[in-house]
Design a protein around this ligand. Structure first.
Ligand code: C5P
Length: 223
């Protein structure tokens, strides 16, 4: 691990779930713990970067020297991501963004009715990492994650292309020992022409290896 690998660089990392309100007391969300994103923020700061972490609701401590912006919804996460994009060199999207949000947020608590079936209308959330990757010439080097249960590399590679990313971290979440909520992870870093497997390790250790690899790819791209 190289302590100066990201010296002078500004890194923005999204982490955790988003929370999409239905009414003042209810929301749609997911089980993301934020551990991988927070570990990446810590590793990027250790590599010398200035780090902004844009975090959905999680119960983790913000690592030292990391500037954390707390958000709830995907729309807030997108706005925060674009907020200092001009000075962003490297954007890493580790958040588990809700794909859909309720069409309307009710002002008052939705009351239980007599009907057995209740239908919710949902609308698609913006794709944050694809928006950032599509910003044009001034865009930061952009890294996404792909949590998959089968054909992990294949789906990750198609996401890399579809979203216009520079790198994607492929994560097999069918294995309960790694991925969502667990302390360990194992991933494959996929670029347009290459694949690097990083074996199972604590998310903290793995984050340091990932930041090392990402910094190397990023340097290559700016040569
Ligand atoms: O398409 P999928 O959700 O599997 O893609 C995962 C990647 O895209 C992750 O890097 C995630 O943070 C990012 N993403 C996003 N905004 C969304 C959905 C996913 O930034 N609305």
């Amino acid at each position: 691990f190289e302590y100066g690998a990201l010296a002078g660089k500004h890194v923005v990392i999204t982490a955790g779930p988003t929370r999409e309100p239905l009414d003042p007391v209810r929301y749609i969300s997911n089980h993301s713990s934020g551990k991988m994103g927070y570990a990446l923020a810590e590793a990027a700061a250790d590599a010398g970067a200035s780090v902004r972490l844009i975090s959905g609701p999680v119960t983790l401590q913000v690592p030292p020297r990391v500037d954390c912006i707390q958000v709830e919804t995907a729309e807030q996460m997108l706005a925060a991501s674009l907020d200092d994009i001009d000075r962003c060199d490297l954007f890493i999207a580790a958040a588990a963004v809700a794909d859909y949000r309720p069409v309307a947020v009710e002002e008052h608590k939705i009351k239980k009715g007599s009907e057995e079936i209740m239908e919710l209308r949902l609308t698609k959330n913006p794709d944050i990492v694809a928006t950032v990757a599509g910003l044009g010439a001034q865009r930061p080097y952009t890294v996404g994650f792909a949590a998959e249960t089968r054909d992990v590399i294949g789906y990750a590679r198609s996401k890399l292309i579809r979203k216009g990313l520079d790198l994607i971290v492929a994560n097999d979440v069918s294995n309960p020992e790694i991925g969502f909520n667990s302390d360990d992870n194992a991933v494959t870093l996929v670029s347009a022409d290459d694949e690097v497997s990083l074996p199972q390790a604590s998310k903290r250790q793995l984050a340091r290896r990932l930041i090392e690899q990402i910094a190397q790819h990023y340097k290559q791209s700016t040569k």
